[in-house]
Design a protein around this ligand. Sequence first.
Ligand code: NCD
Length: 302
Amino acid sequence: VHDIISIRDFQVGDFEKIFNLAEEMEGAIKKAKPVLTQRKVAATLFFEPSTRTRLSFQSAAKRLGCEVIDFQDPSASSMAKGETFTDTIKIVDGYSDVIIIRHKLEGSARLAAKIAQAPVINAGDGGNQHPTQTILDLYTIRKLKGDIRKQKIALFGDLKHARTMRSLLYALSMYKSKIVLIAPKGLEMESAMIREAEKRFKVRIEQRKRTDVSDVDVLYVCRIQKERFFDKYEAEKVQREFRVTKDILRNAKKDLVVLHPLPKIDEIAPEVDSDPRARYFEQAQFGVPIRMALLYDLLKEK
Ligand code: NCD
């Protein structure tokens, strides 16, 4: 692959190759030796807020032995003077060997990939896609639970606006995992997205009204994506009402794994953090070896 824009560009076989490479990268992290033999430069352009994705990409690049250039803050870049997105990408393209981009507009990463010669990695384009998060989610499930195909996985939260969920739904359908969607009323997964996955991979996706997770192996939660609501008050209301609590987990399986791309706000009650089934902090750590594997594949000597 030249760019990483959508999870649709991958197949199960590609994921398995990335996982094997990520295992090697975990070894490389322990040895603390650079992996790349040539000097390369990665640019991280984050026009939307980020902690994990930006820092884990930067950490991954540096652990490979790659230099990183970055806006401190997009509002301090020339885009604040009115420079276009296209011109900005053209310039950064000349300064770097790979461009990692996050932007609030759907399709922005695809556009950047058309403009740039260097490979482009989509680190989140609006409510659309977040493919590298999904690859690390799959890696986490495989590490903590084993065979992804055998799992029953609930996607729980704002399925309408969360790009992490759209990417994950598609990838889990490729594996033919059993998928259960649990969303507040009005924040259900777009039906075109469900139909696309069902038709392409010949799976049946369950939509559940009750917040019952007693039969699932993995509970994947995401926050209400407040910044993508027209009515912020409405977002706050659902945020308070739709939560994973000790109560919900009482009937859940003993070996359940609770995942979350983070940041979490109110959708996971604080007492759940100390439940041994809560594994989201570990999940975030897998971002580094996975992003090392992805960057290595794009930057290695061909
Ligand atoms: C997610 C995102 O940015 O889409 N965060 C992340 O990359 N780990 C999830 C979110 O913001 O809710």
